[in-house]
Design a protein around this ligand. Structure first.
Ligand SMILES: [Zn+2]
Length: 410
């Protein structure tokens, strides 16, 4: 384990990060191995060093507490080769690299070897994940730490499972619900499908000193909220204050729309947009090769793109009510999602247990919100038919013998 003294500048430029090829493990801490697991992944984007820097600051503290720990903590650096170069990625975005096909290609037992840098990185990470998941004896919580290209208040992101929602609500945070379903093949989607509870975090602007502090606070609170360490060992009040000061009052914002882009679009965001800024339907927020880009509905501007690389121009969101959250929890606990195919025009997807095929001629009377309520957020058009999918492992953990603990806490 490499621990270095860190001096972080107030603002850009990014601190230079020293890391070896494949030096993913920042620290591994095992107390009582029968307890829960916290898997922290930082800097899967190489131009976002704050995750790695925060893990390096925490590692020596965790070493002192290891004997008292209930469970395990793994601190894992993401794209080590891109971190050295200070770039988001080298050959391919490592956070869009987790399709079943690419993962199969890079599995430890695969005989195929490619030279793409991110294939090598993924192969190394898969070996670590395999070890972590095979040995888990209780719930697994996974964090993915990021930062933003523009100045922004921090926020957390979750895929819409009840288990993710329950965990995320223990943090004093702004939470974006359903963003994972808008992005394909992210590392958290992969890990969520392995059965872990997942939480993504955007800690602030790349290279900003406070981004590192926010990452640190979030990691400590995750370890505490997972039950690995107690209030005697973690300064909960301090970390809650750090996040509250950075984020304001906790709220939950539902993702309504993603403006996807490609390099060929020549997408240019209008200057001056901030994260969470209110926008009105029809407002011109960007330009591309076809001219003006207008927002489709009134809501909140999320993650406007002010850097060259990336395929998300911006997102639109809307704050959701506690009533809606309560209702969706009730209907899911009742098992409604598994009988929703009884509705006219809705059938099960024979190829995927978590998907429904919707005949939009017949089922157009059901607003999309109904499917959202039941957890079916991912939309895909397949040969003229709408396929909606939900996350696996909505209410039950595959790492526990029963879901008693989860149910009780609800
Ligand atoms: Zn990122």
């Amino acid at each position: 384990m490499k621990v270095q003294s860190l001096s972080i500048p107030e603002k850009n430029p990014l601190p230079k990060v020293e890391i070896e090829d494949g030096e993913h493990v920042v620290g591994e801490f095992v107390g009582d191995g029968n307890g829960p697991t916290v898997l922290v992944i930082g800097s899967i984007h190489g131009n976002e060093p704050s995750g790695l820097l925060a893990m390096r600051r925490i590692a020596p503290e965790l070493r002192k507490l290891e004997q008292q720990m209930k469970g395990r903590v793994f601190l894992i650096a993401g794209n080590t080769r891109a971190l050295q170069a200070g770039v988001r990625y080298i050959d391919a975005d490592l956070n869009r690299h987790w399709t079943p096909e690419i993962v199969d290609l890079n599995k430890p037992d695969s005989s195929i070897r490619t030279n793409r840098v991110e294939d090598i990185e993924q192969r190394e990470l898969l070996r670590i994940f395999e070890r972590v998941f095979i040995t888990a004896r209780d719930e697994v919580y996974a964090l993915d730490l990021h930062s933003t290209s523009a100045e922004s208040a921090p926020f957390a992101m979750i895929g819409d499972t009840l288990r993710n929602r329950e965990f995320s609500r223990k943090f004093p945070a702004t939470i974006l619900l359903g963003i994972e379903e808008q992005l394909n093949s992210t590392i958290l989607e992969y890990i969520n499908n392995l059965g872990a509870v997942t939480l993504g975090f955007e800690a602030g602007e790349h290279g900003d000193k406070t981004a590192v502090e926010n990452q640190e606070a979030l990691i400590w609170l995750s370890i505490f909220n997972a039950g690995c360490l107690s209030k005697e060992q973690v300064d909960v009040e301090k970390h809650v204050t750090t996040l509250r000061n950075a984020m304001g009052d906790p709220r939950i914002i539902e993702i309504r729309h993603r403006h996807a882009i490609t390099q060929a679009d020549d997408f240019r965001m209008e200057p001056g947009y901030e994260n969470f800024q209110p926008v009105r339907k029809g407002e011109v927020v960007a330009h591309d090769r076809n001219g003006e880009v207008k927002v489709k509905e009134t809501g909140l501007m999320l993650m406007p793109l002010y850097q060259k690389l990336g395929d998300d121009g911006f997102f639109l969101g809307r704050e959701i009510s506690p009533f809606w959250l309560w209702l969706s929890k009730v209907v899911r606990k009742m098992g409604i999602p598994s009988i929703v195919h009884w509705l006219p025009g809705v059938t099960r997807d024979p190829f995927n247990a978590e998907s429904l095929v919707v005949n939009t001629n017949i089922a157009s009377i059901f607003p999309l919100q109904i499917f959202h309520l039941l957890g079916f957020r991912k939309r895909l058009w397949k040969s003229g038919r709408l396929v909606v999918s939900r996350r696996k492992h909505d209410t039950r953990s595959p790492f526990r013998n029963s879901d008693d603990q989860v149910t009780r806490r609800n």
